[in-house]
Design a protein around this ligand. Sequence first.
Ligand code: MLT
Length: 264
Amino acid sequence: MSILVNGIRIAYSDVGAGSPIVFVHGFPLNRTMWRPQVEALSSGHRVVTIDLRGHGESDAPLWRYRVEEFADDVAAVLDHLGLAQVVLAGLSMGGYVAFAFARRHRGRLRGLVLADTRAPADTDEGRAGRFRMAQAAQTNGASAVADAMLPKLLAPISLQSRPELVSHVRAMIETMRVSGIAGDLMAMADRPESVSLLPTLHCPTLVVVGEDDQATPVADARFMAERLPRARLAVIPQAGHLPNLEQPELFNRTLREFLATLTS
Ligand code: MLT
């Protein structure tokens, strides 16, 4: 399914019935990364997964992207589906989008799941790395980004023992258009810091992270959990930056337990 938002086609899936949970993927992935969560949760929840602009089946306009724009795209999908309030789950870049959503559409948040993400803005060094990755994508295509990203996304044990998972993640990256990759990198490089936002977020929040996450380590998750008024922290063993795919049963159980704490 898809809708037009400001001339851009945004694709999404909407499965199940019950209290809604909306998932926003990370860079450079798409909504299929939430397949195990759709399967596990849609018997008791309405599960919405969205391809951000630049990703999956959404359009990938050639222009600068912004996290605020991603957040407004998510809000437009919720408007279209008639969802006034949701639990919003964002992984990594999806977490940056969740912060932007909280700044712009706070009243729509019933709860938050911040997975493998971080609150500070990029450092100058981090921004320089974004620039280099955009040039690598432009020169050598999305497979160069896949080569660089795979060891950062998956724990060594997943890389060694889960060939089907490695193929899925590689395929998500390799099917990205360069306009989407560059747009994401600019959005992430330009995003504002969200550290000062944390103490103001009063909705129940699950902070979850893979124990072996190299990109946004456990310390980043602990930093957020310590500053959020109503956070619980869960560390998923034997998982890297994508614990929802690397340890789906544990991740889903953690998510279910959190969702059960939210009174309807
Ligand atoms: C992601 O997984 O979305 C990215 O690694 C986030 C980032 O590069 O900051």
